[in-house]
Write a protein that binds this ligand. Structure first.
Ligand code: ADP
Ligand code: ADP
Ligand code: ZN
Length: 216
């Protein structure tokens, strides 16, 4: 199964990606997580990416496409993968299509988690993440079992530097201008499935699983 997750910041892509990747045993590839790891290790990619991420802008396509192509070439992606946060521009979507076409492959589903912008600010400012394993929590909607610690790995959870009210507004703008057109892109290829992301985490996951089963 080859799947991509679309949706505005805070839609629940990372949350659902973890659940889907466990249920269907496919690797979860998050470009945001890859960038954050590089930032914490101060690699040259991390240093370049940080400039954009801190401002809520997209990292340039050239950098992003290369890291995804390298990741998809790894052995564990042969039977499927789940891309979370990529593609985010039409250029990235085209690059992904080219890459897969060379191996006679294509995306099975582009899953759009739809959440209107009025929900987003509360989700983002209440988000806490695990820097070790990438798990995402919410102080109100999905708190960890033990305060401040990741359920999955026990690390201290933190607030992302780009999850401030100001940066979130910029990220919503960027999403509407650069990423939203991808819904039409995948719709025209008959690959789009839209799920209502205002439901609970469990309900969204159920809806996604039902769709996956119907596609088999
Ligand atoms: P994205 O990866 O799309 O930016 P996340 O999965 O990190 O989104 O979720 C953003 C925030 O909203 C997190 O704090 C998460 O716990 C919370 N969240 C995710 N899905 C839901 C949901 N269906 N209802 C309420 N809160 C949610
Ligand atoms: P969110 O889960 O809140 O949607 P991500 O963790 O996916 O955010 O991404 C964080 C930031 O990393 C983005 O705001 C952007 O600056 C950068 N980024 C992630 N994926 C991409 C991509 N495909 N293209 C360009 N920039 C990206
Ligand atoms: Zn963790």
């Amino acid at each position: 199964m080859k799947m991509i997750l679309l949706g505005p910041p805070g839609a629940g892509k990372g949350t659902q990606a973890k659940l889907i990747s466990e249920r269907y045993s496919i690797p979860h590839i998050s470009t945001g997580d890859i960038f954050r790891k590089n930032i914490s290790q101060k690699t040259s990619l991390g240093i370049k990416a940080k400039e954009y991420i801190d401002k809520g802008q997209l990292v340039p396509d050239e950098l992003t496409i290369d890291i995804v192509n390298d990741r998809l070439a790894e052995q564990d992606c042969k039977n499927g993968f789940l891309l979370d946060g990529f593609p985010r521009t039409v250029k990235q979507a085209e690059a992904l299509e080219d890459f897969l076409r060379k191996n006679n492959q294509k995306i099975d589903t582009a899953l759009l988690i739809n959440v209107p912008s009025e929900f987003i600010l509360e989700r983002m400012t209440g988000r806490r993440v695990c820097p070790s394993c990438g798990a995402s929590y919410h102080i109100k909607f999905n708190p960890p079992k033990s305060e401040e610690k990741c359920d999955a790995c026990g690390s201290d959870i933190v607030q992302r530097k780009d999850d401030t009210e100001e940066t979130v507004k910029d990220r919503i703008d960027v999403y509407e201008k650069q990423t939203q057109p991808l819904a039409d892109y995948y719709k025209s290829k008959d690959q789009l499935f839209v799920v209502d992301g205002t439901q609970s985490i469990d309900e969204v996951f159920e809806t996604i699983c039902r769709h996956m089963e119907s596609e088999k």
